[in-house]
Design a protein around this ligand. Structure first.
Ligand SMILES: [Zn+2]
Length: 162
């Protein structure tokens, strides 16, 4: 069974090294978790290929790549994408402890919204800015929502601005 933890050992070393090079060259683009455990991205190599990775609840990885080399084997594009997913998940874990710290304080409260509100109230503007930027990296939906917000602000007629 191929998982995020063991793929670096299970995939043919030649293919793995090529994929790692692609990853380090930032060739994995538009990485997005379309729903829980399902990731899509494009990898820009000699041609641009689309890849989908599904991580099942038991950790097993299923991959589909649009390149011609994906016949029963794993290709370098998939390796690059799996490394990118690992990196994205690590960044997300780094962002989470901030929230965890607060939820410990409000252990009795089962209400997540209340805990988040409290955290927002207690955090400084700088902390929040840093968190939002970090979260943008790992959550495209959040990034898009924020971006829409910037457009909204631009659309406010000048006479209404203070
Ligand atoms: Zn491929």
């Amino acid at each position: 069974m191929l998982t995020l933890e063991n793929f670096s050992l299970k995939i043919d070393p030649t293919i793995f090294n090529r994929g790692e090079k692609y990853f380090l060259q930032n060739r994995v683009q538009e990485l997005i978790e379309v729903k829980d455990g399902v990731w899509k991205a494009i990898v820009d190599g000699s041609e641009v290929y689309e890849i989908e990775v599904k991580i099942n609840s038991n950790g097993e990885i299923e991959t589909i790549c649009s390149c011609p080399y994906d016949f029963g084997h794993h290709c370098k594009h998939e390796v690059a994408m799996l490394l990118a997913i690992k990196a994205a998940l690590n960044r997300r874990d780094e962002a989470f402890p901030l929230v965890m710290k607060i939820s410990k304080k409000t252990k009795k409260s089962r209400n997540k919204t209340a805990a988040i509100k409290k955290w927002l109230k207690e955090s400084s503007k700088e902390e929040l800015k840093e968190f939002m930027l970090k979260f943008c990296d790992s959550n495209r939906e959040f990034k898009n929502s924020l971006y829409l917000q910037t457009l909204k602000n631009e659309n406010i007629p000048i006479k209404n601005q203070k």
